[in-house]
Design a protein around this ligand. Sequence first.
Ligand SMILES: Nc1nc2c(c(=O)[nH]1)N[C@H]1C(S)=C(S)[C@@H](COP(=O)(O)O)O[C@H]1N2
Ligand SMILES: [Mo]
Length: 199
Amino acid sequence: MAIVSRGFRGRARDEDVALPPGQYLTEDFPVLSAGPTPRVPTDRWEFTVTTEVGVKHTWQWQDLLELPHEKPKVDLHCVTKWSKLGTSWQGVSLDVLLEDVETAADYALVHSYGGYTTNLPLEDLLDGQAWIVHRYDGEDLTPEHGGPARLLVPHLYLWKSAKWVRGIKLLLEDEPGFWETIGYHEYGDPWREQRYQGD
Ligand SMILES: Nc1nc2c(c(=O)[nH]1)N[C@H]1C(S)=C(S)[C@@H](COP(=O)(O)O)O[C@H]1N2
Ligand SMILES: [Mo]
């Protein structure tokens, strides 16, 4: 019997790869935004981490560029059921940004230019799991996909990866964000199919 490797059959099919339950593969990169695309020039861009006692740590665009960068290659899983594998990004790890931030917080509420918010446990932003990215596939991140910079937290459904990221509030008590307030799961692990509240 001939053994045919995936390479000979061409493009990977849904059944060939390990996808989270209920997801299908896509090759293009859909744009999903709950409102209009904010245009934030990099000379006005700021990213601020605010601790639970109100201490602020702010980075301007140039500050971000001067920090050590990583090139995560990750799979994306959207709650609307598409997954895109092996996407290439460039940006700064949250480990770097939060290194000198003193906090006793367990939760984070991420804010975007334009007003979007999303929440997650602080520990999900640490240990090489999250980045502020500003390049995708070797190019500057386009406004539609969150440029100049977005959060990237690929181990959770993509709604947690806030586009046009503006800041993170560190909180002692969890606070739901935009989608979490209207029924999406508070955590959103695609491998446990945590799409909606109660999943
Ligand atoms: N600021 C902001 N970030 C956002 C959203 C949004 O509407 N506003 N949509 C989220 C959702 S639901 C998804 S699936 C992804 C989509 O990212 P993409 O448009 O780059 O595919 O962005 C997430 N981040
Ligand atoms: Mo989404």
